[in-house]
Design a protein around this ligand. Sequence first.
Ligand SMILES: [Fe+2]
Ligand SMILES: [Fe+2]
Length: 280
Amino acid sequence: MRTGPLESLEQWDDFVKDRYRTDRKEEEFRVFDESSPQVVKDFYRQNHALQTREFVQRKKREYTPLNKARMGVWEAMDKLQALVDDSDPDTDLSQMEHNLQTAEAVRQAGYPRWMILTGFIHDLGKVLCLFGEPQWAVVGDTFPTGCAWSDKIVFPAYFYDNADSGIAEYQTLYGAYAPQCGLDHVDMSWGHDEYLYWVVRDYLPEEALYIIRYHSFYAQHRERAYGHLMSAHDERMFDWVRRFNPFDLYSKSHERPQLATLKPFYEDLVSEFLPAQLRW
Ligand SMILES: [Fe+2]
Ligand SMILES: [Fe+2]
């Protein structure tokens, strides 16, 4: 299923990984804008033009009542897998593999069980595709809407086409928000991060919820471009977002994780924290 320029949803994840390659030199950082694959540029052009504050608020009204579906974690994973495989015949198990590799890397580093679970489910919000959402409303770096866009966001020039550029209030540093108001009051661009946060918010510790909700907010967790909207509490919680990021980016291992062997562990882990059915 392709509802956008990317050949598959992974293409965005791969682009982010490449951007933050550990061997990338400082000078190379601004170059990716020009040399990136055309499909990635087309994707960000849509994402930046169409993620307005009004759009985000509309999606929150639509999705946060969680009345679209009822399914457990395993069913959601199967559905996501089916959808992704369909769009990209080469990926063979890539979603499940990424979930398992991230989670296993967290486990090997000795982190607590809630964080292993977070690794396992952090991308499940991509089931937004099931409900017909286009790529630009599912993946991509996330950023605050309703205030000036930082030039630390990838491809900042593409915001030129966003309707919010015509709203003077939104073009100021704080925009619709108060200084240090806390991210919970900020309308972040809509996608798999924000969505999954709403689905699991009653069940997981706050640190896990921060990781899930802000793992694609590179402009803050990498670039620290939005400190003016962060509360002191956000700043503390972002330590966890930063701790998690390398597991998301760099956990690809040579051996493929074997779901058959690992499944009992993850079944226990999922049922320790989450009900058999979640509302989506
Ligand atoms: Fe993600
Ligand atoms: Fe991920």
